[in-house]
Write a protein that binds this ligand. Structure first.
Ligand SMILES: [Zn+2]
Length: 247
């Protein structure tokens, strides 16, 4: 890990420790808080999904650098494909949050907003049961009118829903980082979405376990306390560990 302003080792260990008791959305929220320490929980939940992804990518770059190794299995033959991504190229330039989005089609007028992190959390369970899309549509529709009469979001026809989804994808492009990889063995193309929150969580988890092992070894060798060891720069920790190994 780089020396960075994204958090001291002690703060990041606290984030990791809290995340051990959580699952996907809870871990993503903890990581987002590490990326934006000044923001309160309500503020973090109210940002559009793409903005959260951009925040997490920025945190990832400041902690672990730009190079990301990704492992994907071919959908057809199962071949493991490993390749490098440049996080700097994935992170889109921040754009201001758009106002309400509108779709007008076949006599329908729909006003809606981008899905936020809170929306994703709310539909999480429904999504597992197959009703996620309908619930998300309902939450994000501000008003739906046909020929002057208000209509519930649940009655929007599929073509209108598709146009809404397209508008969201254009306005919040960072929400979905999709990778398209061609298998070197069988030639099949595999599409996979990069889940930056779980990717970053795995990295933080590995980093934390390595660091605690370092603490264990150095405390045993020198009798230093955990805060003393965490206060060392990574370079000095590494050097003392080498000396222990040589001894
Ligand atoms: Zn293949």
């Amino acid at each position: 890990m780089r020396e960075s302003r994204a958090g001291t080792p002690t703060e990041l260990l606290a984030t990791w420790e809290a995340g051990l008791a959580q699952h996907g959305p809870g871990r993503a929220l903890l990581l987002h808080r590490a990326a934006r320490p000044a923001a309160g929980t309500d503020e973090l939940l109210s940002v559009p999904v793409g903005e959260r992804e951009a925040d997490l990518l920025r945190l990832r770059r400041s902690l672990f650098g730009d190079r990301m190794q990704v492992l994907i299995e071919c959908e057809r033959c199962g071949e493991a494909m490993e390749f490098d991504l440049d996080a700097g190229e994935l992170a889109p330039a921040p754009q201001g949050r758009p106002g309400p989005l509108r779709v007008e089609s076949d006599g329908w007028e729909v006003e809606f907003r981008l899905p936020t992190v809170a929306d994703l959390v709310a539909v999480g369970d429904a999504a597992a049961a197959g009703g996620g899309r309908a619930m998300l549509l309902d939450r994000c529709t501000v008003s739906a009118v046909r020929a002057g009469d208000p209509v519930p979001a649940g009655q929007l026809p599929a073509p209108v829903q598709q146009r809404m989804a397209d508008a969201v994808a254009r306005a919040d492009a960072a929400a979905d980082v999709t990778l398209d990889v061609r298998c070197p063995e069988c030639g099949e193309g595999t599409r996979a979405e990069l889940d930056i929150a779980s990717y970053l969580w795995s990295e933080l988890d590995a980093w934390a376990r390595d660091l605690l092992l370092d603490v264990h070894l150095l405390a045993g060798a020198y009798g230093w306390s955990e805060p003393e060891i965490l206060a060392l720069s990574p370079l000095r920790r590494r050097y003392y560990l080498e000396l222990c190994a040589d001894g």
